[in-house]
Write a protein of this length. Structure first.
Length: 431
């Protein structure tokens, strides 16, 4: 701790998913509570080899910029291969994904340079109450952790452990606290949130949890869900999609591919027809629904015809916001031992998917012009509509506020709009 002065907030560099963003804020709270100074945390991701490379590059840069800081590396990449990060001279300590969330890990003097347990032995997930999020207009909360599936391309279960759920009461408590702190939008996150509940008493489903959450926190204006598996949507969630206006008309799907043979070799739980049927049903219940999706380009054994099926699925499913990844072999996964697609082909296919996504997003954005929207302001005059469409409002407004607006035009990949100041607007500022 610095002498006679307030310790500086830790610098945290977060890679990867929304769950990592949530966990970074938990760590921020632990470091503050411990009164530590000069702490730099790198919260890594292991989804791709590129994410790990970027993490190592960032660690070296952070050491040059912070020669006297305590650099702690954690996250999925550190959990899976702690020795690799511990061998870096820039690193002071490596913490596993369970250890990073424990207050005792953030003592004044680290007890162990490497503290990484067997994540596969963990059977419970604690709900960590946090007051808010640094520099974020919306809040993410963890409702589920880990994954019991074994997709052939994915290393994440070995970084996150088995699937386990946060009890509904704790989720409600967390959301209620965030709304009281001024947050108008909350995102429920996890590794595989559609597997929520079977480990809890009564085995509630994700839809049952969301229904109870919205009933018990009526003051929450907007709720979003992170990545969903299209064949694991329960009846309660379908009813909410149809009837609950506070559940935003934007669902992000874990699709990965649009070809049946590729999906089977990935060991996914859905086929092409399942994805199309899901999107059609959701739109029949809520015609303005938009979809995001994760897609992998150049999975091992993927032929040109297989790729064309995935490319065509963008239009057949009506996808809008695409997260496209060239396939990245992860050592220890079955897909890494399959016949590989050449790197240049993977990159070319990824580029074509991204171009298709850009065209789809342009169509969606053009269709919103002339309509009214409720905008969550993210920073200055930039916000997001209910459909997660970016919009500039032409006026600096409080971050985190909800503003009624008219969409007046489109420039590039952003909508343009103007606030309807004569209309009722929710302007609850994040404290």
């Amino acid at each position: 701790m610095s002498d006679g002065t307030t310790p500086r907030d830790p610098e945290i560099v977060t890679f990867g998913c929304r769950l990592n963003a949530y966990e970074s804020e938990v760590m921020r709270g632990h470091v503050r509570a411990a009164g530590l100074d000069r702490v730099v945390i790198v919260n890594t991701c292991a989804v791709t080899s590129e994410a790990e490379r970027q993490a190592r590059q960032t660690i070296r840069k952070l050491r040059r910029e912070n020669p006297d800081a305590r650099i702690v590396v954690t996250g999925c990449a550190a959990q899976i291969d702690p020795a690799r990060f511990a061998a870096m001279p820039e690193v002071d300590q490596v913490l596993g994904n369970q250890e990073k969330l424990q207050p005792e890990s953030w003592g004044l003097a680290p007890a162990e340079r490497v503290a990484v347990n067997d994540i596969m032995a963990v059977r419970e997930t604690a709900a960590h109450l946090i007051a808010g999020f640094e520099d974020r207009a919306r809040a993410f909360i963890q409702v589920q952790q880990g994954c019991d599936h074994r997709c052939t391309f994915c290393i994440i279960p070995f970084g996150r452990g088995p699937s386990r759920s946060v009890p509904i009461g704790r989720v409600v408590e967390q959301v209620r606290a965030l709304v009281a702190a001024g947050y108008n939008e909350v995102v429920l996150s996890g590794v595989d949130i559609t597997s929520y509940g079977p480990d809890l008493p009564g085995a509630p489903t994700l839809g049952q949890m969301v229904r109870r959450l919205l009933a018990l926190v009526p003051e929450l204006p907007r709720l979003r869900l992170s990545s969903l598996d299209p064949v694991e949507i329960d009846d309660d969630l379908w009813r909410l999609i149809a009837e609950e206006p506070r559940l935003m008309p934007h669902l992000h799907l874990s699709l990965q591919a649009g070809d049946d043979m590729v999906l089977k070799r990935m060991k996914r739980r859905h086929l092409r027809a399942d994805a199309i049927a899901f999107c059609e049903r959701a739109r029949s219940l809520r015609p303005d629904m938009v979809f995001g999706a994760d897609l992998i380009a150049g999975f091992p054994t993927e032929t040109d015809a297989m790729f064309e099926n995935t490319l065509a699925a963008v239009d057949e499913c009506g996808l809008t916001w695409l997260h496209v990844f060239p396939y990245s072999p992860r050592p220890g996964t079955p897909a890494a031992r399959m016949p590989q697609v050449h790197g240049s082909v993977r990159r070319e296919r990824a580029a074509r998917l991204r171009e298709a996504g850009e065209r789809a997003a342009a169509r969606t954005l053009a269709g919103l012009v002339g309509r009214r929207a409720t905008v969550l302001v993210e920073k200055d005059d930039l916000g997001r509509t209910e459909h997660f469409a970016p919009i500039r409002l032409g006026a600096v407004l409080p971050a985190g506020s909800l503003v009624e607006a008219l969409v007046t035009g489109l420039e590039g990949n952003e909508l343009r709009g103007r606030p309807l100041r004569d209309e009722s607007a929710v302007e609850r500022n994040v404290a």
